[in-house]
Design a protein around this ligand. Structure first.
Ligand code: ADP
Length: 524
C-alpha cells in the first residue's frame, strides 16, 4: 500500500515536477485550440441554420398567397406550386412543417382544409407569440420609411415540452395579390428543428471532452518517460557519488562525453573531489608532520627528565638536564603557538591592531636581533634603510613577517653567504612601500616555487628525501599577513644563487591593493 509520506516524496521529486510542467505545457494549448475549434463549429452551425431558414423564408414568399374565401368570407393561406415538381413540393413541405400565419392583429388565419392547418402541429408545441407582440411587430414594420420586410426579420430560439430547440424566423409579408386600394400585412413565422444541429455540436463537445483528458494522460505519460530518461544519468551520478568516501577519494565519476549540463556537473563534482582529496592529503600530511614535530621535543624532554631522575648526581648535571628540557619545551610551545595562530588567522579570529608605524624602525630592530644567529651561521646580515618610512600596520604581525623571512634566509644560506634587508619608501606613482629580503643562499627550484606559500609545503631535502625541520607554515603565515595589510608578495629565486622576497604594502592614505601571491623564478 502506498503511504502518504511516499506520495509526498514522489510529488516533491524532480521527475514528478518535470512531468507536471510538461503536462501543463501540453494541455494548456490543447484546451485553447479545442475551445477555439468548438467555438468555430458552433458558429458555423449557427450560420448554417440561419442560412437554411432564410432560404426557406424566401421560398415561402414565392409560393404563399393570402386570399379571401368567397364562401366563408375568411382569409386563407394558399400555396401556389406544382405538386408534380418534386423540388417545389419538397420546399413547400419543408416550409409548412413548422409555420404560422396571422393577420395584422395576431389572429391566426385558417387555411383551406385540403392544405395543412395554418398553425402546424409542431408550431403549436413551441407556442404562438401573444397577439399583442405580433401587433407590435406589424406596427413597427409599417412605421418604417417604406414597408421593408427584410429589415423586419425576427429570430428566436424556442423549446417544445421535450426541451427540443427550434429556430424561428418571423416577419411581415405584404399580400401583393390584394392590391385593391391597400396593401394588407400578414405576420408569418417559420421554424427549423435544431435537433440535427444540436446532435452534431453535442457529438463534437463529447469528442473534445474525451480528447482533453486523453491528451492529459498521454502528455503526462510521455513527460514521465522523458523526465525519467533525462534524470537517469543523475541517478547514476548519485550512485557513483555514494561510493566516494573519505577513504577512497581517488574515485571519479565517469564523464559521458555528451557535452551537456550533466557532464559539466560531473566535471565540477570531480574537480571538487580532487580538491577534497588534496585537502585530505594535506590534512593527513599535516597530522603526520605535527605528530612528528611534537614527538621530537617530547621525546627529548622525556630523555632530559630521565637523565635528571636516574643518572644526574651533581647540581650541575641537574641544571643542565633542566635547561635542555626547558629549551625543548620552548620549541614545543613555539609549534603549538604557530598552529594556533594560523588557525585563528584562517578562521578570521585574528584581527589586525593597526597603528602609525615606522617600518625602518621595526626592520632595524629585527636586523639587530638576527645579528647573533647570522654570525653563528657565518652569514653576513646587512640592512639598507631610509631614515624613516611610515605606514599603517600591525607591529606584531610585521615583526612576525620579517622574522619568518630573515630566519628562512639565514637558515638556507650557507656559511660565507649574505642576507640583505632593504626598505624603499613610496615613490610616485606607485605609492607603495617595498620591503625586500634577499639572500645568496641555495635558492628554490621553479617546480617548488609556486607551492612555497601553501600551508605545510616544504621543499624536499637536497637528495629529494625528507625536508628540513619546520612545519612549512612560516610562508603561508607571511602570505596571510601581507594579504591582511592589502599588499602583494613576489618571490624570485635561482637555484644555487639565492632568493629574493619582495613585499609591497600600500602607503598610508592609499586604499588597500588587491592581494596577489606571485612566484616568479628567475633563470638560473
Ligand atoms: P618553515 O616554516 O618550515 O620554514 P616556510 O613556509 O617558511 O616553512 O618555507 C617553506 C619552504 O620554502 C621551506 O621548506 C624552504 O625549503 C623554502 N624556503 C623558504 N625560504 C627560503 C629561502 N630564503 N631560501 C631557500 N628556500 C627557502
Amino acid at each position: 500500500m502506498i503511504r502518504t509520506r511516499d506520495l509526498r516524496r514522489l510529488a516533491r521529486g524532480l521527475r514528478f515536477r518535470l512531468t507536471a510542467t510538461y503536462a501543463i505545457f501540453f494541455i494548456v494549448p490543447m484546451i485553447g485550440v479545442t475551445a477555439l475549434l468548438h467555438h468555430r463549429v458552433a458558429t458555423g452551425l449557427d450560420n448554417q441554420e440561419h442560412d437554411v431558414l432564410e432560404s426557406e423564408w424566401g421560398a415561402m414568399k414565392g409560393y404563399l398567397r393570402i386570399e379571401k374565401n368567397d364562401d366563408t368570407q375568411r382569409n386563407e393561406a394558399v400555396w401556389y406550386y406544382d405538386p408534380l415538381d418534386s423540388e417545389e413540393s419538397r420546399i413547400v413541405l419543408n416550409t409548412k412543417r413548422i409555420y404560422v400565419i396571422t393577420d395584422r392583429d395576431g389572429n391566426v388565419i385558417i387555411q383551406n382544409s385540403t392544405q395543412s392547418p395554418a398553425v402546424s402541429a409542431s408550431f403549436k408545441e413551441i407556442g404562438l407569440e401573444p397577439p399583442s407582440e405580433i401587433r407590435d411587430k406589424v406596427r413597427k414594420a409599417l412605421a418604417a420609411s417604406r414597408p421593408n420586410t427584410e429589415l423586419m426579420a425576427f429570430w428566436a430560439v424556442r423549446h417544445n415540452a421535450q426541451g427540443e430547440q427550434f429556430l424561428v424566423r418571423s416577419g411581415i409579408v405584404f399580400d401583393e395579390a390584394h392590391l385593391l386600394g391597400r396593401v394588407e400585412p400578414y405576420y408569418v413565422a417559420i421554424g427549423l428543428p435544431l435537433r440535427q444541429y444540436d446532435n452534431i455540436l453535442r457529438q463534437f463537445t463529447w469528442l473534445c471532452m474525451g480528447v482533453i483528458p486523453g491528451a492529459l494522460i498521454l502528455g503526462s505519460f510521455l513527460g514521465w518517460i522523458a523526465a525519467g530518461r533525462a534524470l537517469a544519468p543523475v541517478r547514476s551520478v548519485a550512485v557513483a557519488a555514494q561510493r566516494i568516501s573519505g577513504s577512497n577519494l581517488s574515485l571519479r565519476i565517469p564523464v559521458r562525453d555528451a557535452g551537456d549540463e550533466l557532464d559539466y556537473l560531473i566535471r565540477t563534482f570531480n574537480r571538487m573531489i580532487e580538491r577534497l582529496e588534496s585537502s585530505f592529503g594535506q590534512m593527513k600530511q599535516f597530522s603526520t608532520d605535527v605528530s612528528h614535530e611534537l614527538r621530537t621535543p617530547i621525546t627529548a624532554i622525556r630523555g632530559q627528565l630521565e637523565v635528571a631522575l636516574f643518572t644526574a648526581q651533581t647540581t650541575e648535571q641537574y641544571r643542565e638536564a633542566m635547561f635542555n628540557a626547558l629549551q625543548d619545551i620552548d620549541r614545543l610551545s613555539q609549534i603549538v603557538r604557530a598552529l594556533l595562530l594560523l588557525s585563528q588567522a584562517e578562521s578570521g579570529q585574528l584581527t589586525l591592531q593597526k597603528s602609525h608605524l615606522d617600518l625602518c624602525d621595526v626592520a632595524r630592530d629585527m636586523v639587530e636581533q638576527y645579528q647573533i644567529p647570522a654570525e653563528a651561521a657565518g652569514v653576513r646580515l646587512t640592512a639598507d634603510l631610509p631614515p624613516d618610512c611610515f605606514l599603517e600596520a600591525d607591529r606584531v604581525q610585521i615583526e612576525r613577517l620579517i622574522t619568518n623571512l630573515l630566519s628562512n634566509a639565514i637558515k638556507f644560506t650557507p656559511e660565507g653567504g649574505e642576507v640583505k634587508l632593504s626598505v624603499r619608501g613610496p615613490g610616485e606613482p606607485e605609492a607603495e612601500i617595498e620591503l625586500v629580503v634577499e639572500d645568496t643562499g641555495r635558492g628554490i627550484a621553479a617546480e617548488h616555487l609556486k607551492h612555497i606559500f601553501d600551508r605545510f609545503y616544504r621543499v624536499p631535502g637536497p637528495s629529494g628525501g625528507t625536508p628540513e625541520q619546520g612545519l612549512g607554515l612560516g610562508l603561508s603565515f607571511v602570505a596571510w599577513i601581507v594579504k591582511a595589510h592589502g599588499g602583494k608578495i613576489e618571490v624570485e629565486s635561482s637555484v644555487g644563487h639565492g632568493t629574493c622576497f619582495t613585499i609591497r604594502l600600500p602607503a598610508p592614505g592609499v586604499g588597500s591593493g588587491t592581494v596577489e601571491l606571485a612566484g616568479q623564478p628567475a633563470a638560473s
